[in-house]
Design a protein around this ligand. Structure first.
Ligand code: SAM
Length: 232
């Protein structure tokens, strides 16, 4: 399957395994992943955020329930919310989720914003788990005809070493542990030299379950604009 589908399947497998109830997709673009996630009954609260309002609005109405949703066995409640906002800004409504997703987002941030993103995501939103994917530039020599970055809007593409250094700093600063993996294998024998085409870091909060999360801190900070909400 194409790489974007493999990334989304990676997320779906994680959600099924970990039964995460509150999930936020950062940089959700045209809601492609959210549309798949709404069919997964583990989830009770599904939120999408993107800086580009027009892009979100294009497809967000397809997140509304269709009549057969109510007929599914084991049907649970689902609340969906879509926001316009930047992942470099704090919004109290995004705090304390079970899982935050950032799939092919960080490489679109200007380099100084990556640190602000890390602080907002891990220091403020403080999800129990986070899945971050980004291109692995070590793999780029295997992509035919590629000169420069994989997409003209990419501000950077990290090597495995750069991604790992960033991830380890996040863990040290904000109390997480990380497993780094990926999707899109290199052809025979190339795995060690090139790694995965998309690299994926899966973060787990070290204090999870202890509810260290202070609900009162920063209450009322709302920098995002609600574009759409629906209750099943
Ligand atoms: N996550 C999507 C997926 O898996 O199909 C693809 C993400 S797309 C490559 C990158 C998205 O990040 C774009 O929709 C862009 O508008 C959004 N974006 C860029 N900078 C952002 C920011 N500071 N805050 C929120 N979203 C941002």
């Amino acid at each position: 399957p194409p790489l974007h589908k493999q990334r989304h399947q990676f997320v779906i497998d994680f959600i099924k395994k970990n039964k995460t109830k509150k999930v936020v997709d950062l940089g959700c673009c045209e809601c492609t992943l959210l549309k798949k996630l709404k069919f997964h009954r583990e989830i009770e609260h599904l939120v999408g955020v993107d800086i580009d309002e027009a892009t979100v609005k294009r497809k967000m109405h397809s997140l509304a329930p269709i009549s057969t949703d109510y007929l599914q066995p084991g049907y649970e409640q689902l609340c969906v919310e879509m926001y316009q906002g930047s992942v470099t800004e704090r919004d109290a409504r995004l705090r304390g989720f079970d899982l935050a997703l950032s799939i092919e987002l960080i490489e679109h941030l200007p380099v100084p914003d990556v640190e602000r993103f890390s602080e907002v995501l891990f220091g403020y939103m403080a999800p129990v788990h986070a899945i971050i994917s980004t291109p692995n530039s070590d793999f780029n020599p295997l992509l035919p005809g590629l000169r420069g970055f994989r997409h003209p809007d990419h501000k950077f593409e990290w090597t495995r070493q750069e991604f790992q250094s960033w991830a380890e700093k996040v863990c040290a600063d904000f109390g997480y542990e990380v497993d780094i993996t990926g999707v899109g294998k290199a052809p025979d024998g190339g795995q060690e030299q090139f790694g995965f085409c998309s690299q994926i870091a899966v973060f787990h909060q070290l204090t999870s379950g202890c509810n260290m999360f202070d609900q009162s801190q920063g209450q009322g900070e709302t920098s995002y604009t609600l574009l759409y909400s629906v209750n099943y």
